[in-house]
Design a protein around this ligand. Structure first.
Ligand code: ADP
Ligand code: NI
Length: 214
């Protein structure tokens, strides 16, 4: 591993000390590994991919009073201190700014391949068994209900509504997780998403059976 990546790993690990378990260093490590796996099947700048994967959740607005500029500021300061070139910094900041699911209506229609890769990796970690575990962990962290038979999923929420939603954790599957399969950018991302998607459908099916004591 080159020293720039190693320094970034150390920086991110330290910054995310004590983070909520779904957005901690291990989430970053999985997204980094998935990004490299997808990158191996695309023509792209691997340095941009790796740096963006490592820094993408350095200051998630969810945990910083909705501040959407903090992650950019921290990343820029760090990358400058590492003497990363201006062009690379610009590309990494663009990815961090535009990767998020909740911003998907605001981003340009054509995305750089490096953003497509890291976004797919981040989305893959939001689905499947890990996605289920992260979602229940986050719901618990927020003290949300797991499920309520009378509370329906809210499709078409605005970004503001989505951010302050404290609906049930099961509803989050319909509001986000089950939509991700069709939003994947890369061929490899799409293939990996399919298995994880099917696993969530099985989980939901079993969840309702047990809930209803069938
Ligand atoms: P992004 O960081 O891509 O904008 P989100 O903020 O929607 O994505 O969420 C990242 C992860 O945090 C989700 O995949 C999910 O696991 C968890 N999460 C976010 N919002 C909720 C919620 N309302 N209920 C349960 N889990 C959530
Ligand atoms: Ni993430």
């Amino acid at each position: 591993m080159n020293s720039q990546i190693q320094n970034t790993v150390n920086f991110v690990k330290e910054k995310l000390e004590g983070a909520e378990a779904g957005h901690d260093w291990f989430h970053i490590e999985r997204v980094w590994k998935l990004s490299k796996k997808i990158a191996a099947t695309e023509t792209c700048n691997l340095e941009v991919v790796e740096l963006s994967a490592l820094l993408h959740d350095i200051a998630d607005p969810k945990f910083h009073d909705g501040d959407e500029t903090l992650a950019l500021k921290i990343s820029q300061d760090f990358l400058e201190s590492e003497n990363v070139s201006k062009e690379i910094i610009e590309q990494v900041l663009f990815i961090i700014k535009n990767i998020s699911f909740k911003n998907r209506d605001e981003v340009p229609a054509v995305l750089p391949i490096e953003l497509q890769i890291v976004q797919d990796a981040d989305r893959l970690d939001a689905i499947g068994a890990i996605g289920i575990a992260r979602t229940f962990n986050f719901g618990g962290f927020k003290n949300n209900l797991m499920f309520h038979p009378d509370i329906q999923p809210q499709l078409n929420m605005t970004k503001k509504e989505y951010k302050k939603s404290n609906g049930t954790t099961i509803n989050h599957f319909y509001e986000k997780l089950l939509l991700l399969k069709d939003l994947m950018n890369t061929k490899t991302g799409k293939e990996l998403a399919k298995k994880r998607h099917d696993y969530m459908l099985k989980f939901l099916d079993q969840f309702y059976r047990e809930w209803n004591v069938e």
